[in-house]
Design a protein. Structure first.
Length: 343
């Protein structure tokens, strides 16, 4: 019998259930999908899944569990597997969706999605997922909570403005809205204070934040958001990979002379990173000559200012990653100097 080289469990994660497909690769590089089953997305379901997978697999070959990053629904399963000392990998959904297009699958169900993940995993060399540091996990929770509060604050301010501009505003409604605004503003200050306390717990992270904040427009909250959403850039190996993780990678559809779609970013990535880059990018355009020239050049080329702003957002995120790698503060007119060096 042909020896087994690799075996994986592809897991399609939903809110309440886990659809699992087992696959293996033999020494002649042939792949085989041979078992599928559904489990509940609960601790008891995790235990049953692992027991079922081990029962069906060859004990002499390591087994890797692979899943998509689906919001927060995959996290409990990933933590359980890591705590058991098992091999686990988490793949960006965009990679799986691109891979599915290469298959002959015409019907998309939870089962076919799990099969696609298993095929992808058995054909690729994947990195081991590492649980985020407690510091970054707490930072992520705080920065996301603050973002939600800011959105609520904006919504209530708009409602308050509309109510006050009425011919006969309802005073009790206005009073309640103002009280909610005061509460939300107080909570924002509390969260900011907690973030500062967290950053002071780790000297290395604190120094890294100071390096990031040397960029014009990048403040404490932006730096904390980037570190929290990337787990301190763990498993990020290049600027291109980081751009893809944030959803800044460009998609373009072109075929011959008849099909030529507009190039646009995929947005299939971490929306919190993209949002965190927006206001700092506008500040860079105003205060940094290199980024201002970069923005003007793209705006004149495409005639769409928002497209140029997005390009600056991506460039800024890549710059933050570069400073993280070099541990050096921002150098004024970075783009001008880097362009000259490249030339």
């Amino acid at each position: 019998m042909r020896a087994i080289l690799k075996q994986v469990a592809g897991i399609d994660v939903a809110q309440n259930e886990l659809v699992v497909c087992l696959a293996r690769m033999r020494e002649d590089l042939s792949t085989e999908l041979f078992a599928c089953k559904t489990f509940s997305n609960t601790p008891s379901g995790f235990s049953a899944l692992v027991g079922w997978a081990v029962k069906h697999m060859d004990a002499t070959v390591s087994l890797r569990y692979v899943m998509e990053a689906t919001g927060v629904y995959h996290e409990a399963m990933a933590w359980y597997l890591a705590e058991q000392g098992l091999e686990v990998s988490i793949v960006l959904p965009s990679k799986i969706s691109h891979y599915v297009r290469t298959l002959e699958t015409k019907t998309i169900t939870d089962k076919t999605a799990a099969q696609a993940i298993a095929r992808f995993a058995v054909e690729r060399t994947l990195q081991q997922w590492q649980p985020p540091k407690d510091l970054f996990e707490r930072l992520r929770g705080l920065t996301r909570e603050r973002g939600q509060i800011v959105e609520q604050t904006t919504m209530i301010k708009n409602q308050l403005h509309a109510e006050e501009k009425q011919a006969r505003p309802l005073k009790t409604s206005v009073q309640r809205m103002k009280k909610r605004l005061m509460l939300l503003e107080r909570q924002q200050k509390e969260i900011l204070s907690e973030i500062k306390e967290l950053l002071h717990l780790d000297q290395e992270v604190q120094e890294l934040v100071e390096v990031m904040c040397s960029i014009p427009g990048v403040g404490l909250l932006t730096a904390a958001t980037v570190l929290a959403e990337t787990n301190g850039f763990d498993l990020i190996k290049s600027r291109r990979q980081l751009a893809s993780y944030a959803g800044f990678d460009v998609q373009e559809k072109q075929s011959g002379t008849s099909v030529k779609g507009k190039a646009r970013i995929s947005k299939k990535g971490n929306r919190y990173l993209r949002k965190a880059m927006y206001l700092p990018a506008l500040s860079l355009i105003r205060h940094d000559e290199g980024f201002k020239a970069f923005f003007n050049r793209l705006a004149e080329k495409h005639g769409i200012k928002m497209k140029a702003v997005v390009a600056v957002q991506r460039k800024l995120l890549e710059l933050i990653y570069t400073l993280h790698k070099t541990k050096q503060p921002y150098c004024a007119n970075y783009l001008q100097k880097s362009t000259a060096q490249a030339a």
